[in-house]
Design a protein around this ligand. Sequence first.
Ligand code: FAD
Length: 465
Amino acid sequence: MRGSTQVLVIGGGPAGSTTAGLLARQGFQVTLLEKDRFPRYHIGESILPSCRPILELLGAWEKVAAHGFQPKGGAYFFWGGEEWEVRFSELGEDGANAWQVVRSEFDALLLGHARELGVDVHEATSVKELEFDGDRPVAAHWAGEHGRGRIAFDHLVDASGRGGVMATRYLRSRQFHDVFRNVAAWTYWKGTKKPAKGPDGAITVASVPDGWFWAIPLHDGTLSVGLVTGRDAFNSRRSELGGVDEVYHRALAQCPAVRDLVDGAEQVGGIKVEQDYSYVTERFAGPGYLLVGDAACFLDPLLSTGVHLATYSAMLGAAAIGSVLRGEVGEQEARDFYGSVYRQAYERLLVLVSVFYESYRGKDYHFYNAQRLSVADRDKLNLQASFDRIITGIADLKDAEDVYRRVQQHLHGAESGDPNPLANLNKQHEIKRAPVSPDRAVAGLYLTYEPQLGLRRTQDPDGSR
Ligand code: FAD
């Protein structure tokens, strides 16, 4: 392994391989260290449509589409006695094409793709320790199959997932959500029935008295079926019933929407359990480093947002670092932008998930809150469309477009009521006009990716483009 690199990425999950790949595409020298050897098992199988434009930027979309994963037509909710569905085909062009993925295969595909883009990938190589110059991480000590070593870097991307190298070992600022102190228990089933409701290949989300179930059809012929329940309820049921299997099967018996699918089917393998997975780190970025994906925050499996947030933050992170390395903006500007945009996406979904958990008041209530949280197109959308756009991640991409438009207005000196177009994202953040090239401004981070995201669709105020 080389002794120094421009960018070091810790972790080869969707966040790490997407950030690394997008940086390599911009021509930077990127090294990625991954502690496992891929393919490796991972939970998180239901992917949102918003991943598509990001995978297109990466040049990985065609590979994903050709792999044979189960196409996901949307979601079917049976929640608190009400039922409704989200059909991705009704979201228009942006909403088409999402997948249910076997994560070991999906993650290996993305990591292999990053390697093809020129990322120096080292599997079975774990980052053991970071070296700092003041607050700034400057080198990593690694250990792996080929011994041990040290690698210096200019920028660090922490994509180490729940392990959270920066957040748990150095920043020590990870906070767990009390409301989401949940436990997930899941396994796989073979020979299940096709759901009678919902679009083809949909995820089924069905509430039970103490929580909810997911059912996700996978292309290997299995159905992933997981129970999410409060930690206290889980622990007391486990003592009462004698074990995790009993808790899972008793809850399944109370969930007709999912029970009917596995009726007569064969359980494949044991029940896996994860808990306390919902947290947020105080800062998503600092001197010389960014936290992407689960390394920064994780919400809850309810709306299948994990891989969306991982790849979305990867896109923002790669654009931020790229703009700094090209000398277009200062690091502080780039990390303020990164931190505020990623946090906004996370917080919006956090509120939406909280609303689900707080209340079984029915779908209009969830739609109402989705409407309030949607920034883009607030006036134009009806409740159902607003809800759909948030839970498919598309609202985040539209917000990115909206930010870009406002930044362009600012940089081109158009008269606007708001002197700082990013004021809503970060009150402290000031865009300095002079040193920022209008064509490649970091605040318009998405410039790097505009052809694929269609960001040029927004006319400049003076109509010059
Ligand atoms: P990861 O995929 O976890 O990747 C991090 C990588 O870093 C790992 O490969 C790890 O080996 C490596 N690493 C860690 N420490 C080190 C180190 N020191 N050195 C080198 N490498 C290191 N998301 C969805 O989108 N849809 C779902 O349906 C869904 N369901 C979920 C269900 C449950 C129960 C849970 C808990 C999560 C679910 N998620 C879901 C979330 C999803 O799993 C994560 O959000 C997603 O995997 C985040 O990607 P990542 O790249 O940030 O992290």
